[in-house]
Every structure is written in C-alpha cells, then in structure tokens.
Design a protein around this ligand. Structure first.
Ligand code: NAD
Length: 499
C-alpha cells in the first residue's frame, strides 16, 4: 500500500509517530493509501527547517519571489490533468470540478505574481520639519495553514500563495482525507524554483493542529474547516499569541423573489446545491421562495430537475456529481435526512438507498429535496454538507432577509430577482459576508477577498486579496529626521505633535 509521507526541506520525510490515517477512493469505497500522521518530532523538524529557509527567502527581492509564482502557475497549467485526476480519486468530485478547484487556487497564484506592487509601502515627505515617514509591510517569519478536505488544491493555494510571496515560510497541514494533491503542489513549488524549506507539508489530525497552535516558532495560523473547530483553533492560537484567521461552516440561502427568471434560477440552484455532492462551503443548500405562488412553481421545477441528475464516478464526464468523501460522512448526511422527516419537514425526493451499478461499494448518495422546512428545525440550523436542498417558504422579502441574517452562519447568500432596487437593499442589509445577485456561488475573484460573517469566520482579515497580504505581513513605520546642518538643538519633554 502507498504511504503518503510528510514533505520537509524539499523532500519526502517518513513519519515517526507510527500512526497513520486511511485515504479512501470514494468511487469504490476502498482504502487506496495511508497517510503518516505527524507527532511533535516532525513539526519541530519542519519549523526548524522553515525558519532557516525563511531568512534568505525574505531577503530575496519581491520580483524574484514573484518569478517563482509565475513559473509555478506555468507548472500548474502543465500538470492540470494529472492534478485533477489525483484530486478526484481521493475527494470524489468529478474531474471538471477538480479542475475548477485547481483553477481557483491558480488565480490566487496569479494575484500573488503581483507581489512587488502589493508590498509597496506608504511614504510621506515633510511630515514635519526635516521629517519623513514611511511604512513597509514585512513578513512574519514561519506561518502555518490548516485546510479542509473539500478543496484540497484551492484552499492551500489561497494561503501559501500570498504567504510565500510576502516572504514567509509556510507549513501546510492539509486534510488527512485527501492529502496527495497538497504534496504535489509543494513538489511543483520546488520545481518552480522555491528554495527547499520555504513550503513544508506536515500531515496529521487534531494533535498536530494543536501542536502548531502552541508552537512558539509559528507566528500566524490560517485555518479553514468546520465552525466548532475553527472557533477552538482561533481561541487556542490567540492564547498562544498568534495571529489567527479561522473560516468555518456555512448554510447559504438562495432567496427567490417572485419576479425571478425561474428557469435560470432553478438551473443555478441545482448546480449550487448538488455540485460536488453539496460538499462546498459556498453551496446553496437552502432556497427561500418569497410567496406561496412562486414556492409551488419552484418546487415543481426543482423536483423535475433533481430527478434528472446523474450521479456517477468522478471520471464520468456526464456525471453531475460523484460520491461523498467517506462512508462516515454519508451516514451523517443520511441521519440528517431522517432527522428532517422526524422534525416534520416534507421529504419530497429521498436520495437514500442509491447504489451505482458496478460501484456498489462507493460512497454514493442520491439527491434529496425537502419542502416545508422551518427555522426552528435542527436540520435547518446545522450544516448538512451533502446533496440535500431544503425549501424554506417565506411570506415576505423582510422574512427572507431575516432568515439569512439571523442564521448562525453567514458565509454566502444569493438573491434571484430582476428588481435592482430590491437586490440592492438586500445586499446592503443582509448580515452575510459574501452576496450574490443572480450569482449562485459568489466566491469573490482572487483580487477581492473571501470571508464569511458570524460563525462562518473568526478573526478579522479575509483569505487572499489585499487581506491575505495584510494577514501575512506586519507594518513597520519609520519616522526619520535629518536636521539641516546635522545638529539637533531642540529638546522637549512633551509628546511630539505636528502643530
Ligand atoms: P474539519 O473541521 O473536520 O477539518 C478541517 C481541518 O482541521 C483538517 O485539516 C483537520 O485535520 C483539522 N482538524 C480536525 N479536527 C480537529 C480538531 N479537533 N482540532 C483541530 N484541528 C482539527 O473540516 P472538513 O470536514 O475537512 O471540511 C468541511 C468543513 O469546512 C465544512 O464545515 C465547510 O463548510 C468548511 N469549509 C469552510 C470554508 C470557508 O472558507 N468558510 C471553505 C471550505 C470548507
């Protein structure tokens, strides 16, 4: 059986803990590899190695650092097919979707190619007599990222692209469920010219994440995963004096106003709810039609569309979505389906019991559709993270707005309408971090930034964009005075002011 090792100092490093995790092929439901789970020894090695490499990397001028990013982009494009296949074989998403996963990360690498410009500081000439002030953003040192299973290419690149371009060394702790692509990305970074040690990959679970959060040599931690863990990561990191950004779970609503283009809306909802088997933090698992008339019409069209979905192996080019990531995750989704029935929601389409001929062992689940879900139900309050769409009927615009605003999660939201006035008001008032107007999955482009509100994001700065540069640097401000003739004659015991 293949063993996926750590990647430290530009080479594979065998684990010493004796502990391993199982990596499945969700299409057949069998273990295809095992991944070493690190203990503190590997972390010490990774941090020491990264700290040494970071010194010279930070001294490398930003244009040369950017050239590594340019070359990495070229290599990503050249290896796109290989990476997409590898990604699908461990995650289960269809190949075209894996390419999208890689592409969205690649776009953050493209953004990072602009690092010389992005790092330019501020300068004030003549802030006082003979006084000039300038500020610069300097790297933090060794930083770390902990990533979830559902975007094993995009999310590591969200983090290490800006972090490394800024002059930091980065330790990546990817999800132990699909760890191969993150290692390949690190190998390609070395091939692109990154000095060994500037990007190390250490695999593991809770133990290694906590060791990262406690490690005095790591200055900042970027985390993406589920909310309870994000919150505890945020708290533990802060307790150890670290800068932390921790993105959490989601329950994104799609609000449908009576004037929406219904066919386009249904097409958008189906793709956003069931694509990647619903395992996206920007999926749209809740649809809120406003008014009974549109709710009934929408339901009818949704049922027809859901019944037309094709579930297949990740290599099936016609499949709309593939298996979910593990058998345990499938059981969890199925238990939510039962809970929904027990809570009194109407299960209009039941995806349980689906089996793909020839792949009976795979972790497949048919699509499910609930109607008459209400805000007090646990299945509404919690994230299901599977191919399940819930209809929550609202009587008015205000009611729909309140549903999205009051939910514990505030990652993304979408509104479908032809009414610009209503859309504008919705975008202004809704308490959610990312808003789509007739856009079902409003993941911001790489030069804006990504982040949810409420329990979808802990910390201040978002992922990537200018926020990514800010997160991975600190500001140094220099105030300098060069008195004429070189002599300083004044003395003051009061705080200097710019009178
Ligand atoms: P997860 O929280 O189980 O795991 C995320 C990471 O944390 C993994 O690397 C894992 O090894 C580690 N981890 C697991 N248990 C831990 C613990 N007790 N303490 C510290 N670290 C621990 O998440 P997942 O199942 O891999 O990913 C799905 C979740 O991620 C969903 O909730 C999804 O909404 C969320 N997500 C959020 C965003 C976002 O940007 N907001 C993006 C993608 C995914």
């Amino acid at each position: 059986m293949r063993t996926i090792e750590h990647f430290i100092g530009g080479q594979a490093v065998a684990g010493t803990s004796g502990r391993h995790g199982e990596v499945f092929d969700p299409n057949i439901g069998q273990v295809q590899a095992r991944v070493a789970l690190a203990c503190c020894e590997e972390l010490e090695r990774a941090v020491a190695n990264a700290a040494e490499a970071q010194q010279a990397w930070a001294q490398t001028n930003p244009q040369r650092r950017a050239r590594v990013m340019f070359e990495f982009k070229r290599l990503l494009e050249a290896h796109m097919d290989e990476l997409a296949r590898l990604l699908s074989s461990e995650h289960g998403k269809v190949i075209a979707d894996s390419r999208g996963d890689i592409q969205r990360g690649l776009e953050v690498i493209e953004f990072s190619c602009g690092i010389p410009h992005l790092l330019k500081g501020e300068y004030t000439q003549g802030a006082g007599p003979g006084i000039d002030v300038y500020s610069a953003r300097q790297p933090l040192g060794v930083v770390a990222g902990v990533t979830p299973f559902n975007f094993p290419a995009m999310i590591p690149m969200w983090m290490f692209g800006p972090a490394i371009a800024c002059g930091n060394a980065f330790i990546l702790k990817p999800s132990e469920r699909d760890p191969s692509v993150p290692v390949r990305l690190a190998e390609l970074m070395i091939e692109a010219g990154l000095p060994p040690g500037v990007l190390n990959v250490v695999h593991g679970d809770k133990d290694i994440v906590e060791a990262i959060l406690r490690h005095p040599g790591i200055k900042a931690v970027s985390f993406v995963g589920s909310s309870d863990i994000a919150q505890s990561v945020y708290a533990l990191g802060a307790q150890h004096g670290k800068r932390v950004q921790a993105m959490g779970g989601a329950k994104n609503h799609g609000i449908v106003l009576p004037d929406a283009d219904l066919d386009q809306t249904v097409a958008d909802l189906i793709g956003a709810a069931y694509g990647s088997a619903g395992e996206r933090c920007m999926a749209l698992p809740v649809v809120v039609p406003v008014g009974e008339e549109i709710a009934d019409a929408l339901r009818e069209k949704l049922v027809a569309a859901v019944k037309g979905l094709r579930i297949g192996v990740s290599t099936d080019a016609q499949a709309h979505y593939g298996p979910v990531v593990t058998a345990a995750h499938r059981s969890k989704i199925e238990s939510y389906l039962q809970m929904g029935v027990d809570e009194g929601a109407e299960l209009v389409v039941d995806g349980r019991g689906f089996s793909l001929p020839g792949h009976e062992g795979g972790f497949f689940l048919g699509p499910s559709l609930f109607d008459r879900v209400t805000a007090d139900m646990k299945t509404y309050r919690e994230e299901i993270f599977g191919p399940v769409l819930q209809i929550v009927r609202a009587a008015t615009f205000e009611e729909a707005l309140a549903l999205a605003s009051r939910h514990q999660y505030g990652n993304g939201v979408a509104i479908f309408t032809r009414n610009g006035d209503a859309a504008r008001e919705f975008a202004d008032r809704v308490e959610v971090g990312m808003v789509g107007i007739n856009v079902p999955i409003p993941v911001p482009v790489a030069y804006h930034s990504f982040g949810g509100w409420k329990r979808s994001g802990f910390g201040d700065l978002n992922q990537y964009g200018q926020d990514g540069v800010r997160f991975f640097t600190r500001t140094k401000t220099v105030t300098q005075r060069w008195p004429k003739g070189g002599a300083v004659t004044d003395q003051s015991f009061v705080i200097p002011t710019m009178r």
